[in-house]
Design a protein around this ligand. Structure first.
Ligand SMILES: *[C@@H]1O[C@H](CO)[C@@H](O)[C@H](O)[C@H]1NC(C)=O
Ligand SMILES: *[C@@H]1O[C@H](CO)[C@@H](O)[C@H](O)[C@H]1NC(C)=O
Ligand SMILES: *[C@@H]1O[C@H](CO)[C@@H](O)[C@H](O)[C@H]1NC(C)=O
Ligand SMILES: *[C@@H]1O[C@H](CO)[C@@H](O)[C@H](O)[C@H]1NC(C)=O
Length: 443
């Protein structure tokens, strides 16, 4: 028993020291939050604090308020935060607050209970995230671990013990201490702390992202982070360059390839899908249209049910998204011209978000129709007919067959190997694949 206690005590003290090294703010706030055992270490840690590195690089401060089961948080973490941290970790002062829209109640002196938006599983998941921040003491490793927990391919929505074990295995991290922390007082205090910090900020939705204190919508996160530096680190320029350097192609130079097939799996209210249409797909199509064979698959993370002779859908961003997916599907069907469909659908995506209401959507629908001279009445009839849901159902079948872990998900010639490049620089990805290189591509 004594040994056991000593062991636990050591774990706590070690993790406290590492938290201190990683993030002053978390530590000092934990003290304020009344974590009494920590005070024993205050004196030692104070010394650690005095050792300023001689040449501190310019850092951009990022704060991310999130909760582990929120779909948009999972998307942001895995597709934006993780790749950015992978490239820019030394230049970031990153603080994660895994709490979101939860509520804290003190049930007796120093004992807290939590209520989470997505139920008790989310509270436990948030504790795992909080404990990983505390225990791993390395923000890169923490982001990798936590975004692995949140990966949408995880069983049971991720962020549970099973995910912790699997992510531990993948990343070479022992998840035992993290799970232990999450189940015991330490996890409770950490979550209480992140709750207090979250309430000070008073956001209305998650993920709530601050870059140097300025709210960011996360749709072009890395770019916005790079723009926040007075002197952007070389990694920002390199990232830009590597985006524009497509994968090396070792195929025979005499092979002719005059068409590239692009499939885009997306959903109507996903800001990242909108961003891809507006900044990649549409401009690339305008420059390289004759060389492209584009397929749009508007469905994303939706689900299909058969109810008697009809199909019912549930969508990641709720009913408005299912409606939006049907409009996208009907536009493709009615227009029968992919150039026009990409343009009209991009217009809809660009002008609507999950915060805009139905009336606003209708006005955007008509506005986009007038921009591209589209017969919106025919599309409207399709949306309100069985044909509309049959189209979405088919896109659902196609999507389920591939089971993409995030959206937008892009395949090139049915392969995912160019995905990263395609998402960030579709134009140069296509140029690199075409043989011979057409004159529309830069030399
Ligand atoms: C932090 O973790 C990353 C990813 O696991 C690793 O590459 C890096 O060396 C670690 N940094 C330190 C200071 O341990
Ligand atoms: C995953 O999340 C969805 C939506 O929040 C919920 O309906 C479902 O029950 C969850 N699945 C598990 C296994 O927890
Ligand atoms: C598709 O629409 C574009 C733009 O309006 C037009 O230039 C093109 O000729 C159309 N393609 C077909 C096959 O009708
Ligand atoms: C749609 O978005 C474009 C580009 O941001 C903007 O110019 C236009 O005014 C928007 N239309 C509506 C109806 O909001």
């Amino acid at each position: 028993m004594f040994l056991y206690k000593t062991h636990v005590f050591l774990i706590i003290s070690l993790s406290l020291i590492t938290v201190r090294a990683q993030d002053d703010e978390i530590f000092s706030n934990l003290i304020d939050g009344g974590l009494t055992p920590m005070q024993n270490f205050k004196a030692d840690l104070y010394e650690v604090d005095r050792k300023e590195p001689t040449e501190e690089p310019e850092k951009v401060e990022i704060k991310l308020f999130y909760e582990c089961l929120c779909p948009d948080c999972r998307l942001f973490d895995t597709t934006s935060l993780k790749p950015t941290v992978a490239k820019l970790a030394p230049y970031l002062k990153l603080n994660l607050y895994p709490y979101g829209n939860a509520q804290t109640t003190e049930i007796s002196d120093g004992v807290y209970k939590f209520k989470c938006q997505h139920g008790p599983k989310e509270c436990y998941g948030n504790r795992l995230h909080a404990c990983a921040i505390d225990y791993l003491s390395n923000i890169t490793a923490t982001v990798f671990f936590n975004s692995c927990l949140m990966d949408s391919t995880r069983k049971n929505n991720g962020s549970d013990d099973e995910a912790a074990d699997e992510c531990g295995r993948i990343l070479g991290i022992h998840p035992g201490q993290i799970k232990f922390c999450a189940k015991h007082d330490r996890g409770m205090y950490l979550l209480k702390h992140f709750g207090d910090e979250s309430k000070k900020v008073g956001f209305k939705y998650v993920p709530y992202i601050l870059i140097n204190g300025v709210e960011n919508d996360g749709s072009k996160f890395m770019k916005d982070v790079c723009a926040a530096f007075k002197h952007p680190p070389a990694a920002c320029a390199q990232a830009q360059a590597s985006f524009s350097r497509p994968p090396t192609d070792t195929s025979d130079v005499t092979t002719i390839k005059d068409k590239v097939q692009i499939k885009v799996y997306y959903e109507s209210l996903c800001p990242f899908s909108a961003q891809f249409f507006v900044s990649q797909l549409k401009p690339t199509m305008e420059r390289l249209g004759p060389y492209l064979d584009i397929h749009l698959i508007p469905y994303g993370h939706a689900k299909t049910r058969r109810v008697k002779s009809a199909y019912k859908f549930t969508c990641q961003h709720g009913i408005p998204e299912c409606f939006g997916n049907t409009v996208q599907a009907c536009a493709i069907d009615v227009l029968r011209n992919i150039t026009r469909a990409v343009s009209f659908n991009a217009c809809l995506l660009q002008n609507t978000s999950y915060r805009s209401g139905y009336d606003y959507f209708i006005s955007v629908f008509h506005w986009c129709g007038s921009q591209d001279n589209v017969d919106v009445q025919t599309i409207w009839r399709c949306v309100h007919s069985d044909h509309g849901s049959v189209l979405v159902k088919r896109y659902g079948d196609e999507t389920h067959a591939l089971a993409p872990s995030f959206v937008p998900f892009v395949t090139i010639d049915d392969s995912t190997i160019y995905q990263d490049h395609a998402l960030t620089n579709l134009y140069s990805t296509v140029c690199k694949l075409l043989k011979p290189t057409p004159r529309e591509c830069p030399l």
